[in-house]
Structure formats: structure tokens, C-alpha cells
Write a protein that binds this ligand. Sequence first.
Ligand code: TRP
Ligand code: ZN
Length: 855
Amino acid sequence: MKDAAPNATPETIYLKDYTPFGFVVEEVHLTFRLAPRATRVLSRIRFAPNPEATDRTFFLHGEELRLISAKIDGQEVTPEVTDKGLTCAVPDGAFTWEAEVEISPETNTALEGLYMSNGMYCTQCEAEGFRKITFYPDRPDVMSTFTVLIEGDLPVLLSNGNKAGQGEGWAEWHDPWPKPAYLFALVAGDLVNHPDRFTTRSGRDVELNIWVREGDLHKCAFGMEALKKSMRWDEEVYGREYDLDIFNIVAVDDFNMGAMENKGLNIFNSSAVLASPDTATDMNFERIEAIIAHEYFHNWTGNRITCRDWFQLCLKEGLTVFRDAQFTADMRSAPVKRIDDARDLRARQFPEDNGPLSHPVRPDSFQEINNFYTATVYEKGAEVIGMLKRLVGDAGYYKALDLYFDRHDGQACTIEDWTKVFEDVTGRDLSQFKRWYTQSGTPRISVENSWADGTYTLTFTQETRPTPGQPDKAPQVIPIAVGLLGPNGDEVVPTTVLEMTEARQSFTFDKLAAEPVPSILRDFSAPVILDRQLSAAENAFLLAHDTDPFNRWEAGRNLARATLLDMVRDDAAPDGDYLDGIKAVLRDRDLDPAFRAQVLSLPAQSEIAQALHDGDTTPDPEAIYAAHEGLKLRLAEHLQDLLPTLYAENQVEGLYSPEAGPAGKRALAGAVLGLISRVDGGAQAGKQYEAADNMTLQLSALSNLLTAGKGEAELQAFYDQWHHDRLVMDKWFGLQVGHAAPDRAAEMARKLTEHPDFTLTNPNRFRAVMGALGMNHAGFHHASGAGYALMADKLIELDARNPQTTARMCAMFQTWRRYDAGRQAHARAALERIAGTEGLSRDTTEMVSRMLGDA
Ligand code: TRP
Ligand code: ZN
């Protein structure tokens, strides 16, 4: 054997190098002869010179393909083939390319291209998976119509578009809408469907189906309702109708991400579509509703208008996340959705934006595009659209969107096309605003105020710290929604959007009778860090009086964070203002239970670690863990009189419904049970476990039994009851790792990876165990280094099968430089061990090298 050569540095792709492809594709015909290890794919593709391009190199992407034959205009040709694709001499004018290739779906463990999952064939082509199916210009700016013939002995054969014909052992599909190859999909399996219909507002009758394995048929009804609601909502709010005669959704167990918006044939991770009351929690139902909406909304924002190149990914993802958030806000509670999104952004996007993986919403270079399906592109990308909407107003926003759909339907677009429609409609100059797309890092805003003669002045300063590759930052346009409260809590100035454009900028409010209390960044109007040192009394005032629900919650959050920081730093007792403020909110029966549950939740341990690090203190994960536990106990004691009543009041009678109302009550009762279980030894949780008739109650009971140090018998009972159900078993795995004490977490995860039901082939199962370890803050970052070492072991094992999921999960290491020298040494060793693995994938190589780079 040769010396173990270091993994070659993969090639970097730059946005500035974009050039159009030399040819247009007029039509694509594909024939699939399905066989597990020897599927034949025959392509017949009509090419013509692209008048917009100068370079006529005929290069087709192709990876892991066995070329059987190739023809141009019926004549056999011998192209030059490498492991990336092929080149071939071609005629000057239009021509027909034909190729036959062989691929092996059964041994495709990367879950990209055509692969098999439990005997079913399925595809995943975004971003660059189509090149593993046949030779093709696999880039999003090449769009074409597809006709697909599938031959196979499975009863259900599906592809994009409308059904063109079918018979014994074959089916043909035709998609009349030109699309890039990443939206291609094929499914073949022994599936059954949950059917329905939808009539669009212009009268098109659409057949709807959710396709599943027989045993999952009872888990489809909710997803179907969510689909119909999404279709109606997009007509009503954006004026967008569905455009085919059929819309299919397929549930697949082995899937790298949540779901995929392939034209007319969405493919879903089972966990993102299947739900029944006895197997799925309220949170699962809500997530499913949002993902179904997200994928459906892509039909216009992504499919009809797609991306010119992968640097423009946020064009479809940011916008579609923004749209699905609007949908959820309309279906459920808008304030609670906003709070959820802010929590999620702080938990996932802020660490990314302020660490070694930081990149702009529109990156300008990458090695592996799969590594850029990030919280920054998706969630910060959606926040940028929210800011734009706040700046131009609702009317301006919807006018700009109408123009976008009108002007760009059928095109592959850029962020410049997107901002241009806003400029054209509103007359605004968005050149400074565009920094949100090009500048990475989270702006930090500090605030000073002054008061004299009835005039109140707020002065803001913005600063963005250097990020990898971007040492200097320019000021951004920041919409800061502000309201002012009078001394007795009345609102004296309603919400006003201040438009900050300078590094330092003042805004005045005059004719005020008394010095007001400001409520700043209402509704989380910008994805920034508001660095504002408020006294406990000021936060308590806002928690009691703020008329903006988001900021009311935020005030409680600030109190909780300050309390935890004091507990960690000075071993202080929990703050009285915090405890009393929470009690007052919990008592207020006019407040939505879901909102009260949000107020009761504590900032995550990782968020406290980040806050300490920002304040130049090295975080000690065990001290943070202890403070978290200590505060929960103290809350339980302080609220002791109130908790049993709250628990009883928020029980839901009657048939289970996943709607926001009952789910909110269960969320509050669940949070309350979490506290009760800290003082009653698990007695109430035990009762709830016995009585539970839905998964939300069963799981919260089991979780709280574990909190109370009980639940061994119930864990076994739960296993016996549910071992046949993969999605429920994922919860069983995850719960045990999540509840393990810091010094036991790595060992628990290791033990569970040796469980007979653990497998590396199913990403959901891998995430259930190893993702839960990453989320167990004090366990993963344990001083022994055991968490890091186990993670490295398992990621190395997984990388050989599934680079995409491995690379995504590597990001769990992204905060490693926050911690002390001992922990850093363990983390570095783990990362270097991954980096040094022979044959490591390009995906993982890029992630690990970015995390090890000088930051
Ligand atoms: N476009 C998909 C979405 O946001 C996500 C996606 C991208 C994906 N690449 C994937 C899903 C690979 C599964 C596998 O909805
Ligand atoms: Zn998406």
C-alpha cells in the first residue's frame, strides 16, 4: 500500500466565475430499466447552441456511472470520460445526444442519486445528485421538459409531472414545465396511497396522493390536510395556483434531510410527513405542517422560478422559509411562531455566524454545495426577507412579489433579480441593504438613551465582528421596531420602525409627558444581537407591561439569562424579580397557554455558554448545567402553590387534536410537569404515563420520569410497545441520551450505538443518538473528552457510507474554541483524527478544515 497521503484539498468554486452553459437543452427523454444492482438509464437529449454563451465545450457531469454506449444523431461516439463527467466533440448546430448507463441503486448508501430504501427505489437530486443518474449538464440554469419511462416490476412507478401512460410493468410521465435536473424525481415501490382532491381557484381539478408503506396508511391524514391548507393559502396570500393535474408526496425512511420539492413529486423523510396521535407529538405535527407547506410553496419559489447557480440558494430557500413561517403564523399563533423562530435562530444560526463556519447568506465560494444548506442560508435568509417586508411595508412587498412572479416565471435567477423587483416597485435604492446577502456575521447593537424637556433620544451603535475571510465590516440597514411605554405601563408611542443605516445613529421622540421605557427590537425586527444592559427591575417592568408579545417574552428571557449568568459566575441565588415576574405571567389566564409555556422555558445551556464567551469568560459546561438544574429546582419551589392548579387547568378533554389551542395547553402542562417532577419524585409523571392516550403525553411523562431519576420500567415498556415503529423508536433513543448526566452521556450514546436497533444506514436513527449527544451540552463538551472522541469515531464510520449527513453533523464541533484549553485539546484531537482519515469525503474534509482553520 502507498503512504497514507493526506486528503487532497478539493477544488473551490467561486461565484465570480459563473458562465452560462454553451448549450440549451430542448427536451429530455429518460428510460429507466430498474434492477437493484444494475439499473439501466437510457437518455435522449436534444441540445442546441446557447446564443447567450461563448464557450461551446460540451461537458456533461457524470459520477459513478458505467457508460454502456453513447450516440450523437444516431452515430456511435466515444467520449472522453473522467470521474467527474465526459467531454465529446459535437456538431455545430442542434443535435440529439443518446447514452445508456448502468448504476447500482442498492449499493448507493450516500442517499443521493437513485438509491433504495426498504425495497423501494427513490431519488434525491438536489443539489448535484442527478449526475449520479446519467450524464447531464447538472446545473440549475439548464432547464428542460422531461419525459420519463419507468420499467420495473413494482406496482407503483412515479416521476414528475402528469401521467402520460401506464401498463403492466411500466409507466410514463411527462412534465411540461421546464426544470433543472435537481428537481427530477423517480419513485418505484410497493406502496399504497392516501388519496384526496383539490380544486384550484381557477377550476383545475388536482389529484393528491401521499404514498407510503402499507403499515403507515393511518399516518397520512394530517399531512393531507396540511397540503390542502397550503394550496389554499398560497392562492389567497400570494395569488399562486398549482399547475399540474397531480401532486404526489412519498414518505421515505432513509433520507438525508427533511424533504425535497421535486416538481409534482415531493419526497419526504417519513419523520416529516407521517403522524398519528399515538405516535407523533404536538411538535411533530407542527413541524410536519410547516414542512409540507415549505415543499409545496417551493413550486413557485424554487421550481417555477429557480436559481441561476447554487450561490443563489437563499433565493429559493430564504424566501420559502419566510413563506412557510407566514403560513404557520396564520394557522397558529403569530407571536408564538416568532418566538420559536428567534429561539431557533439564536440556537443554530448565531453560533454558525459567529464561529469558524460563518458565511454570507449568499456565499461567494464553496467546495461542496451540500455544506451550504445551512441555518444562515435558510433562516437568516428568511430574516432578510422579513426585514425587506418591514422596510417596504405589506403593500410594497406583495407588489414586488407579483412583479417577481410575472417577470421571472420560467427563469433561473439571482439575488440581483430579486432585489431589483423591490427597487422597481418601491423606488428604493437597496445597494446598502444588499450587504445582508454578502456580509457574514451577526451585527451587535448597543443602545444609549437620554431624556430632556419632553424629548427622548435613542442612540444606537452597530458593530459586526470579523468573520473568516471578512476582516472589515460595513454598516448595514437595520429596521429597529421600537415602542415606548409610560411609567405606568401604558403605551405612549406605538410600534415605529426606525431605519438604522449608519454605524452610530440617533432617533428622537418628542412631546412626551414623562421619561418613557423603551421596548426595542419588537417582534425581533432584525436578526441581530441587542446588547443592552437592563436592570432586573426594567426587565420585570417590560415582562409585566410590554404590549409587544415578543418583547414581553424577551424581557423574561433576559431575566432568566441574567439569573443563570449570575448563578454561574458568582454562585448567586436566583433573582427574585425573575421568579416573581414569571409567576405573574403564569397566573395570567388571559395569556395564551402556548405563550406562557414559552415564558417558562429557560435559555439553552449552549446559549449561556455563548453569552459567557461573549463576555470574555471561558464557559464551564458543568457549572452551566448545575445552574440550569438549580434554577429549575428553585422555580419549582417558588411556584409550588401554583403548579398543581396550572397542570390541572391545562389538561385537554376529549379527542386528541393537534391544533394550536389544545397543543398550547399541553405545552404549558408539559412545562409545568417538568417543574413538578423536580419536587415530587416523579409521582405525577408516573400517573401521566399510565393515563396517556397520545404520544405528546406519553413522551413528556417518560421524559420527566427520567428527570426525576425514575422510569426504568417505563423505558422498557415503551420499547416493548413501540419497537415496531421506527419514528417512535428514534424518540426512545434520543430521550435516553438527552437525559443522561454530563459524565454519563457519552457512555449512554456509545451503549445505544451498540443496541441491535441502531444502524448507520438510517440517518434519522444516527441523528437520534449522536445528534442528541451533540445537543446534550454538558455531556458532549465533557472535560474528559469522551463526547468528542465518540463523536469522531461515529462520524468517521458514517463518512464512508454517507458523506452528506456526516458533514452536516460535524458542525456540532463548531463552538469548540469557546471552551478551556483542556477541552480544546480533546476537540482538536477529535477533529484532526477525522481530518486524517484516509479517503475522507470532500464534504467532511471541507467542514473539518474550516473548523480547524485559523479563526
Ligand atoms: N431543497 C430542500 C428543501 O429545502 C432541501 C434539500 C436540499 C434536501 N438538499 C437535500 C433534502 C438533500 C434532502 C436531501 O426543502
Ligand atoms: Zn426548501
